[in-house]
Design a binder for this molecule. Structure first.
Ligand SMILES: Nc1ncnc2c1ncn2[C@@H]1O[C@H](COP(=O)(O)OP(=O)(O)OP(=O)(O)O)[C@@H](O)[C@H]1O
Length: 468
């Protein structure tokens, strides 16, 4: 099973959209996983995801499908990342925090995750558990600590034990859900204070909520650590559509850069170009490194407006979601002995060497039987890809991937064709204008020649008259 879940959520039409454009929407529901989408050129395509949340869906449905399995993983010491992606106003913050955090009936993922985490921790009694919370914001490639605004340029570091971490970030140990929500509310109001200070809108920054859950066995001192990151990404709209200038343009460029780095990392991970994953291209991808390519279960919620007027932005969000769907990450358990006893860690990822090359190397030093055993172990661990082990569901998944890719390719070809036709028309117009200009020049040239001949003759007559 893939470790990446990609879902789409369409929010209800807003009163403004209803007033301006009536009930026109760009989607037709097919079932809970697929829908037909009408783009801004009225062309239809079908999209298929792990789950589609239509406008009537509730916050608890989103939580149960997306976050509950990840919370289970955190308890089993694997990492988890949930991120919301989409244009400004598409419903990312509504889905992540819910309206009027944390009091609303319509609580979003964040407060529900807090409840879910403590609920799961309570059910285990032979372990000592701690939950630590951090909250940061990435704005113009600078990481700000939202639990201590004085720390406005945190650095990203990497260690064998912790993986990727933020140096000197404030980590608050929280005892219960109420404590955690109080801490998160503080971070959220600090974010608003910072926005006023810097005169920016929340949609211009990425916000990351980090939960570190540690479970120490009272019997043998083993420590299991799980890291859960919830990421509310900045609006993904295209710069040219925003008519941005000055500082807003700089912000938009910085967001586009980090989101396109995210796209490149996902592309590299899904197309198997594992030898260079450009995590370091942006702060966002570097922080998410553990959550994207490493030891993590990832869920992406693509938030879209259902309005036909937003079809082009929604289409690019859906394309991003489609690419992410084929990201596969190896899952491991982060288990070490108590650090005072040992610093042993589990390595992330399989590196850049291909499966066959590694096996060949092993064959040089080991018996064929041992190599086969190792290979079986790796397949069980999900490290190597074993074609024999593909299930019908995975085959269906792959077929769907091919169909979606072909549909995308057709869509892109159509776009290119339209663009080329437009360019062709412009070139033809330019050519006609050039020909017209050339004719005029030729006419003037001929007229000028006649004029010069006339002057010359006049001059000759004048000269003859002088001489006579
Ligand atoms: N599923 C939903 N049900 C009802 N209202 C919603 C839903 N999703 C979003 N909304 C409403 O739509 C508006 C925009 O949503 P939201 O602020 O979450 O967008 P956003 O994508 O986070 O935008 P930004 O990038 O600016 O932060 C809000 O008024 C929100 O209450």
């Amino acid at each position: 099973m893939s470790n990446v879940t990609v879902c789409v959520r369409f929010r209800p039409l807003s009163p403004r959209e209803r007033n301006a454009h009536g009930e026109a929407i760009c989607i037709t529901s097919l079932d809970e996983k697929s829908f037909s989408f009408k783009d801004d050129k009225e062309e239809k395509s079908m999209f298929c995801f792990d789950r589609v949340f239509y406008p009537g869906s509730s916050q608890s449905e989103v939580y149960e499908f997306i976050a509950m399995p990840i919370i289970q993983d955190i308890m089993n010491a694997t990492n988890g990342t949930i991120f919301t992606y989409g244009q400004t106003g598409a419903g990312k913050t509504y889905s992540m925090e819910g309206p009027n955090f944390p009091d609303s009936q319509e609580k979003g993922l964040l407060p529900r995750v807090v409840d879910g985490l403590f609920e799961s921790l309570r059910s285990s009694d032979e372990v000592h558990c701690t939950v630590k919370l951090s909250m940061v914001e990435i704005y113009m490639e600078k990481i700000r600590d939202l639990l201590d605004l004085a720390k406005d340029n945190l650095q990203i570091l990497e260690s064998k034990v912790q993986g990727i971490y933020l140096s000197e970030v404030t980590e608050i140990a929280v005892m219960d859900p109420a404590d955690a929500l109080k801490c998160l509310s503080r971070g959220i109001s600090n974010r608003a204070v910072g926005e006023t200070q810097m005169n920016m809108a929340s949609s211009r920054s990425h916000c990351i909520y980090i939960f570190i859950v540690q479970q120490k066995s009272t019997k043998d001192g083993m420590v299991k650590t799980g890291k859960l990151m919830l990421v509310d990404l900045a609006g993904s709209e295209k710069v040219e559509k925003t008519n941005a200038q000055g500082k807003v343009l700089e912000e938009a460029k910085s967001i586009n850069k980090s989101l396109s780095s995210l796209g490149k990392v996902i592309n590299a991970l899904t197309t198997g170009r594992m030898n260079h994953i450009p995590y370091r291209d942006s702060k966002l991808t570097r922080i998410l490194q553990d959550g994207l390519g490493g030891n993590s279960r990832t869920a992406l919620l693509c938030c879209c407006s259902p309005s036909s007027t937003d079809a082009s932005e929604s289409l690019s969000t859906l394309r991003f979601g489609t690419r992410t769907k084929y990201l596969k990450t190896p899952l491991r358990v982060n288990m070490n002995e108590d650090k005072s006893k040992s610093d042993q860690v589990i390595q992330h990822g399989v590196g850049s060497e291909s499966c066959e090359r590694i096996l060949n190397r092993l064959r040089q030093n080991m018996t064929e039987e041992d190599v086969n055993l190792l290979e079986q172990l790796f397949v069980l661990e999900g490290i190597f890809f074993d074609p024999k082990s593909i299930s019908a569901a995975e085959l269906e998944d792959m077929a769907m991937k091919t169909i979606t890719e072909l549909q995308q390719a057709v869509g892109e070809l159509k776009d290119t064709n339209l663009k080329l036709q437009r360019e062709n028309r412009i070139l033809k117009r330019k050519l006609l204008a050039g020909q017209e200009l050339l004719h005029r020049c030729a006419r003037y040239y001929v007229e000028d020649q006649h004029f010069l001949v006339k002057i010359y003759r006049l001059f000759n007559s004048f000269w003859a008259w002088i001489l006579n």
